[in-house]
Design a protein. Sequence first.
Length: 683
Amino acid sequence: MNIKDLFDDSNAEVTAEIVDRVAQLRALLTRYNREYYELDEPSVPDAEYDRLFRELQQLEQQYPSLITASSPTQKVGGKALDAFAQIRHEMPMLSLDNALTDDEFHAFNKRIAERLDRQEAIEFCCEPKLDGAAVSILYENGELTQSATRGDGQIGEDITANVRTIRNIPLQLEGKFPQRLEIRGEVFMPLQAFERYNARAANKGEKTFANPRNAAAGSLRQLDSRITAQRPLHFYAYSMGVVSDDVELATTHFGRLTQLQQWGLPISDEIRVVVGAEECLAYYHSILARRAQLRYEIDGIVVKVNDIALQQDLGFVSRAPRWAIAWKFPAQEEMTVIRDVDFQVGRTGAITPVARLEPVAVGGVIVANATLHNADEIERLDIRIGDTVIIRRAGDVIPQVVQVVPERRPADARMITFPQQCPVCNSHVERIAGEAVTRCTGGLICAAQRREAIKHFASRKAMDIDGLGEKLIELLIEREWIKSPADLYRLNERELAYLPRMGDKSAKKIIAAINASKETTLPRFLYALGIREVGEATATNLAQHFGDLERIATASQAELEEVPDVGAVVANHIYQFFREPHNQQVIDDLLALGVHWPALEQRAAAEATLVGQTFVLTGTLSQMTRDEAKQALQARGAKVTGSVSAKTTAVIAGDNAGSKLTKAEELGITILSEADLIDLLQK
């Protein structure tokens, strides 16, 4: 029997299969409730919980004899933890019914209109549904005296000490407030603060949180309030609970929120009053469109009848008010199965594992692929092919696997193995100790890296091929005229002239620039190769230290580490680059096609006169650019940095020199003029 059969109205008999299914659903939902509300470690996404809850609701509606007081459909949240003192809510903290579609919201609006017997459109107060932890805060004579979690709606945990540490919750109210005032609201962790907290925790080897909601709830349940005080928690009020009658309250929900704000309590600036279902619909879609830009996580909107008198007329059902509904957004997290894993190569050579999924709707989009990031992430989550996983898609962010559901792992689940060769060009792959990313070493030949490699090769500080812009490079790659930097020197005017918006004159200029670039310097050539972490300064140091390309290409890692500013990681990048046959072939082709540098310069590089000296350039030079001065100093073995320190040999100050000159004077560093620099270079 399938699920549809269970809901067939003609099936009036309570079968053993139905009883078993109800028991199974209650057991699952009870477990998931405990994980969510008490442990702050949910094992399934909200969408899965909602589906199971709806199924149980429908079964109990069809078979009322199966309803029990302990059913999850009759409860709110989870029980209060024994580790905390317990507080009984004077007014129950109820949950809200959900609407998951436009039709369900229109049905809610219709029920209200019929119960109130109203033809005119109803005024609603709409607000974002914050994904955090609900709390109650009691003020007596304006002073914060007590706070509790929602708990099971009747009894919550005493978290007063922790709530007092939340910076935007006032300890003392302002203005003319009720002598006794209970506030209900949501504690949450803003997204940027959540990301910073998780990054710090990961760096320290501490526990990270799966999402901001878990972070907020877990932080509120710390037994040591000093820990809570270190967490970046925020609070927004969304309603009043128990209120003494010594101050006149507004007659609308929005009016009462405005009063709370006047008394010093924070509320969301996204709250709006609208009239009728269509304006509610417009608000819903407006917030949904801006969801990714909000500074906090939301999973829908809450719609409340604005008039307090009408709220009282509508009343409550067992676990929720009739006058409000939580209109949920499409789920950002869903469950699905990993069918296989492919490996994609990025423009910088990074090899990223991509999960091929059983297609599933997430955030209103069908998702069939999700990034697994890297080998460390796969190991951390213990992901295997065949696993049921929770995937997340927020806004335009690439879908990612955030959690495995271990109890659903099949017996034939397979480990994920990274390739030893690049899946695009078959070059050797490299993973440096301490780095998370695995990379292809075939930077000069790999098709995935081709555009970036050639663009870098032709750039001004590399081979300086004037006129060879990004669009032209993309067109040449698209037509497969260039597959490596060496192919640039195989182009001819006749071919280029036939390209769109080119012509004979432009083609001639580009070929002339390509030919002119053949005469270069060893540092420029090394930099142009695009070896990881080899910038202009490192390329200059390599040329000065070894004197010629052959010695660099055949150097051991230990020999490479003898070069100034070349540590173990950079030495490994250089070593691996020159050991890749594909790269060596491209270099051989470039040399065979006429790329060269004067032998005299190689010998001069070995006799550099400024090795071990550090210079800082500041201000405007008149006879050369700062870039030219930097290259001239580096060609003589000097190091050029951007900041002044006690290790600085001299500061070269041009016109309008600023704070660097001041600091040099304070430290007693030698100051050189532009004329001094020219004398130094000529010597």
